[in-house]
Ligand binder design. Sequence first.
Ligand SMILES: *Cc1c(COP(=O)(O)O)cnc(C)c1O
Length: 338
Amino acid sequence: MKNLDWANLSFGYMPTDYNVRCYYRDGKWGEVEVCSDEYLKLHMAATCLHYGQEAFEGLKAYRCPDGKVRLFRVEENAARLQRTSRGIVMPEVPTELFVEMAKKVVRLNQEYIPTYESGATLYLRPLLIGTSAQVGVHPAKEYIFLIFVTPVGPYFKGGFSTNPYVIMRDFDRAAPLGTGTFKVGGNYAASLRANQLAHEKGYASEFYLDSKEKKYVDECGAANFFGIKNKTYVTPLSSSILPSITNKSLMQIAEDLGMKVERRPIPEEELDTFEEAGACGTAAVISPISRLDDMETGKTYNFGEKPGLWSTKLYETLRGIQYGIIDDKHGWTTVVIE
Ligand SMILES: *Cc1c(COP(=O)(O)O)cnc(C)c1O
């Protein structure tokens, strides 16, 4: 293993030894190629550069206390990328190919998988882009699917903790019938200004209400939202939210823990009634929310300075499963290195 200061890594890019690539040409996927070049040679008229034919995924490989390395719900990432591909007219990467490449890139870079004790992990970034030239607005005929990896530091350096967020009404992340449910770069481009403003004002991230009416809770920056009250896990139902695999898993775990689960529109006023609230996604699992400020109305919603009881239980259970410590009764993990 590389001798690096794993615990002090940030969520940034660090070069590793290999990435894996597969090319789509003449209507089919080719052989998997192992590559040590960090660069891509692209046609200047490639559709990913002009018309946003770009989709990505994000998942982690965990070095576990039993010495094995596991991936979490990798087939779900494959399925989500297929859904995104249909959404922006790109060819689907078959699940078997996605999983094979994910395993391969982890094994090739095993020296970069952080130690269990550090709390750091190896982040996998699958990327699918349209590469052939088009000047008119049409989908490309050729594509590259690649996966690179980079070690990322522990999300909570000083232990599981809360953060403040801010509701911004001057920005929409995605339109109600737009690309919000697809993991595409365009949604991120639309969120960069709001995210920058939120950071400048000292918040962890911006918070979105629905784009159409600004009445319902949508997403918590680039993470899904959940609220908890009366032993009930409530998460928004919306046509512009990215279907988070972490959220899907938390809904199941909440049920397993004997909680009630509700997926439905959440009016902003209801925020006042939650005992706990959090953002969820692969990076942090759960990032509990201390406070949510509404810039326009001046209203503040408080959920406590410390992570709540249920948020902590959910967080510990999901992390326990990811690290092979808690029985994986739903078959969510894949051992990549024995
Ligand atoms: C990736 C992503 C999430 C979290 O999804 P996970 O599968 O849980 O990592 C949430 N919201 C947005 C906008 C995302 O891009």
